[in-house]
Design a protein around this ligand. Sequence first.
Ligand code: UD1
Length: 337
Amino acid sequence: MTHILLTGGAGYIGSHTYLALVQAGYRPVILDDYSNSHPAVLARLQQISGQPVLHARGDVADVALVRGLLEQYQVAAVVHFAAFKAVGESVEQPLKYFDNNITGMLRLMQAMEQAGCRRLVFSSSATVYGDPDSVPITEAFPLRHSSPYGCTKVVCEEMIASMLGANPAWRAGVLRYFNPVGAHASGLIGENPQGVPNNLMPYVAQVAIGRRQHLNIWGDDYPTPDGTGLRDYIHVADLAEGHVAALDTLLRDQRSFTVNLGTGRGHSVLEVVAAFAAASGRPVPYQICPRRPGDIAQCYADPSLARELLGWRASRTLADMCADSWRWQSANPEGYV
Ligand code: UD1
């Protein structure tokens, strides 16, 4: 059994990746402090997978704890999801982000070095490209961050690059996610934002279920076909399979890589609204508002490097993303309780 440690494994992307790894024959171990996730996910994972879930509660910055887990399970690789991700909050509380995201990465790599586990898959983000000069975005585009959150992703990528340069025994796969949405086809796990969602799809889902009156669309005067922002929405199940492909490649080929995980096509806010209304059979009322500070017009991936290096490509459509998101939302109107 190849054990894989998932830091933040109870979170949105972590929990979906857990299931994809089990399906691929890996034995994942979840480490989570539940600061932005819910322990109820563990029973759901067991229900779907039919297997007891290996898990530990704690902080990724607890070197003794992480080292203990790496040694106990003879972990082959770590997938590091555990991090804060709210852009607006990071502007208000940068130290919280530097501490959790950057110190967390530092302590994790120290624990890995001590335990002799030097295979790492890192959750990065398209946020590292800032406002790109053109689309689609390739991995060769310059990195620029426009928020403390984005800064933490760039810094963590640089920390990984430094380790790879310093010690030839290290291998890492850096995955730059575009906009993950949707939920597991079972409807048992999904995105569970605390408070008012920042991101589009969970907000739209809460409007459709009646928890919120209408969607605010942040600007319809962008230089895009319908004037609303264009993003590369990727089904979380495709993203989860991208992690399996990354681990397979990392453990088999023993080489490091940085790849975009996206679909390669952009959808506008109005397209998402229409697709969600069609999938749910519910109206999604909206009003047009001024642009959100810091937002960009368009962002979508050139996903060809991931296809070439990992043999992976996203296959699920926007209709699939909305249908699965709606199944999760309607079966769990208050999220995990
Ligand atoms: C946001 C972050 C990005 C982060 C990503 C993680 C900002 C400025 N950017 O990206 O750094 O990596 O989440 O998931 O927060 N929209 C509305 N109304 C809403 C919410 C969103 O119109 O209530 C629009 C936005 O203007 C945008 C699109 O929907 O055009 C997608 O927004 P969102 O889901 O927040 O993702 P990003 O802005 O791409």
